[in-house]
Ligand binder design. Structure first.
Ligand SMILES: *Cc1c(COP(=O)(O)O)cnc(C)c1O
Length: 482
């Protein structure tokens, strides 16, 4: 392709009538090979689209005769077909420094879950079939025993995600009645998941008590009436209220709820099934603790700290879980066999807690030390520096990672990676030079997602298991930046 406008002007131009008919285009050997591989429907559709676009270019005087040669047309058609068949959902390398990154698909499944998932999808399975009796079974039973063993709950059920778990629990247990919640816990998790809206969607009336920073047991006690169905605790996962604060521990609320004949539901958000502090990570309340404190129902996510597939886990007292399971909305929110298989295998790892730090990618990344991340960064340093010279400088740098997905944003993990700064300004300054590089990294066959921070592009190596996956793409990166 000619680089400068001048040479385009001098090259011979194709006219619309120089383009082949669609039949003629499809008879080219290259097109026939595509039809053999993909069938007529897709290739003919792409041929039509290609010819339409070339015709528009020809009418604008912007199509070269070289572009209507048979070879060029065959190659263009192959490119169209390949592009149409390129999945929109792509694997990426998460060097953003946020481990459980919602936009990047949150937790990565452990190998055991991938294996089980694949095996179960390869044929029919006993999703709702009791192999012992030959009669209809219940899909919840696949994970209920595991969840009860791990959390100490009497019963458990699972739905599509934790937002669904909260919505369903409130709708089933408090529809048409009142739910008492602290003003300090009216969380917005992101998107449309805001506690007041969830209550309204569930058909419950929210009764706010206390203040933003302080809520006391007496506030709850005063708010309970004959219309009250639930006391609700929401884990303030993505923000911190610091300073002059006070909230009521679950155990005290549970005692109050029991005395007044209402249930206590806790939305834990992330909810880790193990004690995070044993790995030197910020402590996160566990469903086990919540149930032991007397909560009737606890909900949490499958793909946050648990490290499994997207799912909403609901554990608690048998009568309450029974009501939730029988509520019609449950059918609309139920978990499909794909995440159910992945969840079963992920929970199995929790029966073998010694394996978790190695087998669960989320935990492996969260527990990776700054020294380990730094070693990965060192292995990238010289090759990346060479690939980006002379336009960018590349330096090893200490940085901090975030846990992500509703774990306290103030809790960071010491990490290391590479800091890239422009040496030559882009067309419109340093900012555009960094944006250009970030865009080139995202355009790679295995896109690399970093983060821009104060005039530098940071590549946090905490979540990079295989530096080879970056190194193998440096030549392509150089081409993209050329
Ligand atoms: C993340 C979160 C949710 C939503 O969970 P999803 O699994 O993303 O649907 C609800 N409540 C809290 C407190 C959360 O942190």
């Amino acid at each position: 392709m000619p680089a400068a406008g001048e040479s385009v002007l001098q090259s011979p131009k194709a006219r619309p009538q120089d383009l082949p008919s669609i039949d003629k285009l499809l008879r080219l050997p290259a097109a026939q090979a595509l039809v053999a591989a993909h069938g007529h429907t897709l290739v003919a559709g792409q041929a039509r689209t290609l010819l339409d676009s070339l015709r528009t270019q020809a009418l604008a005087g912007a199509l070269l005769t070289a572009e209507v040669a048979s070879d060029a047309l065959g190659a263009a058609l192959a490119a169209c077909v390949a592009s149409r068949l390129a999945p929109r959902l792509q694997r990426v390398l998460n060097l953003s420094g946020t481990v459980i990154h919602t936009n990047l698909g949150r937790s990565v499944l452990p190998q055991a879950a991938i294996r089980h998932l694949t095996a179960m999808m390869e044929g029919p399975n006993n999703l709702e079939f009791d192999l012992a009796s030959g009669s209809r079974g219940d899909r919840d039973s696949i994970v209920e025993g595991l969840l009860c063993d791990i959390t100490g709950a009497e019963a458990a059920t699972v739905v599509n995600n934790n937002a669904a778990a909260v919505l369903l629990s409130i709708a089933a247990l408090a529809g048409g009645r009142e739910v008492v919640v602290s003003r300090g816990e009216l969380v917005e998790i992101g998107g449309a998941f805001r506690m007041p809206d969830v209550m309204a969607s569930a058909g419950a009336t929210m009764v706010e008590v206390g203040t933003t920073n302080r809520t006391h047991l007496a506030d709850y006690a005063r708010a309970i009436t004959a219309r009250t169905a639930l006391l609700m605790k929401v884990h303030t996962s993505n923000y911190a209220i610091a300073g002059f604060t006070s909230s009521v521990p679950e155990a005290q609320l549970a005692t109050l709820a029991q005395a007044r004949g209402v249930a206590l539901v806790t939305d834990l958000g992330s909810g880790s099934l193990i004690d995070m502090a044993q790995y030197g990570l910020p402590a996160e309340p566990t469903p086990q603790q919540m149930l032991a404190a007397g909560c009737g129902v606890v909900t949490f996510s499958g793909d946050k700290l648990l490290g499994g597939p997207q799912a909403g886990l609901i554990v608690g007292q048998r009568d309450l879980i029974g009501k939730i399971r029988k509520f019609p909305m449950k059918r609309a929110l139920r978990l499909s066999k794909l995440p159910l298989a992945a969840l079963e295998a992920t929970l199995m790892l929790y029966l073998q807690p010694e394996l978790l730090a190695q087998e669960l990618p989320t935990l492996r990344w969260l527990t990776r030390s700054r020294e380990q991340a730094s070693a990965t960064a060192q292995s990238l340093l010289l090759p990346l520096r060479a690939a980006l010279a002379p336009r960018y400088s590349v330096e090893p740098a200490a940085m901090t990672s975030q846990i992500g997905s509703g774990s306290l944003p103030v809790e960071t993990l010491p990490s290391a990676g590479l800091a890239i700064a422009p040496l030559l300004p882009g067309k419109r300054g340093t900012g555009t030079a960094l944006e250009t590089l970030a865009a080139a990294l995202r355009s790679l066959p295995l896109p690399i997602v970093g983060r821009i921070c104060e005039d530098r592009l940071l590549l946090d190596c905490r979540c990079l298991d295989d530096a080879g996956e970056v190194l193998a793409q440096l030549a392509t990166l150089q081409e993209r930046l050329a």
